[in-house]
Design a protein around this ligand. Structure first.
Ligand code: GUN
Length: 294
């Protein structure tokens, strides 16, 4: 079994990016600037944003954290998004999801200028992705592709089974891996909560991508010997032996599955660090595109 080390891969990419950003700034450009918007006080969202801001600092990018009360109205939030769209100092921004129930997430995403949509969630970016045009790709699927690339995992002609059809992970990664591109050319099956005979399908997977949000759902009897496993889940599991009272587990029963897989991502330290790094990559990408540098 070989570990797919997301932390190490993310460090390699961030170190390269740091050098590129230094050169960019030395050549007279302003520092790329990412803003992260949090609405309300979701503890997990706050922690994700902290990691995103820290990564900006690591690569020499500017960042802003913009916090709104959970009671902000949808109209007010749309006005704030307009301000970020027209602020020339902000190159890219994200609105951390989920937003409170009274706010329509789709309306928010569609209001973001696609050129500043470094999450790659706007229909313009998703449409370009569909067509194989240059686009800001959703960060988690982008991170999964980069993990496969950096670990020289052959995808061409392989059967990839994706569990979960979310707009953020399952649906876009299934499209990206089926495309005619260097990390791609897979035969993809997208399975979800209504899929019948799930185990029959997962047993066919050369590459299994799991993004369900169900702790330790995938057991060893569900996978083929030497399968490549990408675990996108981050779930809290009660653990009185830990100071925090819980530990993080993925959607795959790692301990039970690890010896059967050829490659596997750990949780934490697998896909998570790559999502953050690809957000940063997208921010620098949009800066260069907008300057006509690429
Ligand atoms: N919530 C969970 N993942 C993400 C992400 O990648 N971006 C944003 N904006 N919110 C999220």
């Amino acid at each position: 079994m070989s570990l797919i080390d997301g932390r190490k891969t993310a460090e390699i990419i961030k170190n390269q990016l740091k050098v590129e950003i230094e050169e960019w700034v030395k050549s007279g450009h302003k520092k790329p600037h990412l803003a992260a918007v949090l609405v309300g006080d979701n503890v997990a969202s706050r922690s994700y944003i902290r990691t995103k801001i820290k990564s900006c600092e690591e690569v020499g990018m500017a960042s802003s954290f913009i916090h709104f009360d959970a009671q902000i109205s949808e109209d007010q939030l749309l006005v704030e998004i307009d301000k970020l769209n027209s602020n020339p100092d902000i190159d890219g921004f994200i609105v951390q999801l989920p937003v409170p129930d009274h706010i329509d997430e789709h309306k928010i995403i569609q209001r973001i200028d696609p050129k500043k949509d470094v999450d790659g969630f706007h229909p313009v970016n998703l449409g370009k992705m569909m067509l194989g045009l240059p686009a800001l790709l959703p960060a988690t699927p982008y991170g999964i592709l980069e993990l496969l690339r950096h670990h020289n995992i052959e995808t061409s002609g392989k059967h990839c089974v994706v569990l979960g059809r979310s707009n953020i992970v399952g649906t876009p990664v299934s499209i990206l891996l089926s495309r005619k591109s260097d990390v791609g050319n897979c035969t993809v099956t997208l399975a979800h909560s209504r899929t019948k005979n799930l185990k029959e399908i997962t047993l066919l997977a050369d590459i299994l991508i799991v993004a369900l949000g169900i702790p330790e759902f995938v057991s060893p009897d569900m996978i083929k010997e030497d399968c490549v496993i990408i675990d996108v889940g981050i779930n809290r599991k009660d653990d009185p032996t830990r100071k925090r009272g819980y530990r993080l587990v993925g959607d795959v029963d790692y301990e039970q599955v690890v010896d059967k897989a050829s490659h596997i991502t750990p949780v934490p330290g697998g896909v998570g660090p790559m999502t953050v790094t690809c957000l940063i990559l997208n921010t620098f990408k949009t800066v260069k595109w907008n300057a006509g540098a690429e």
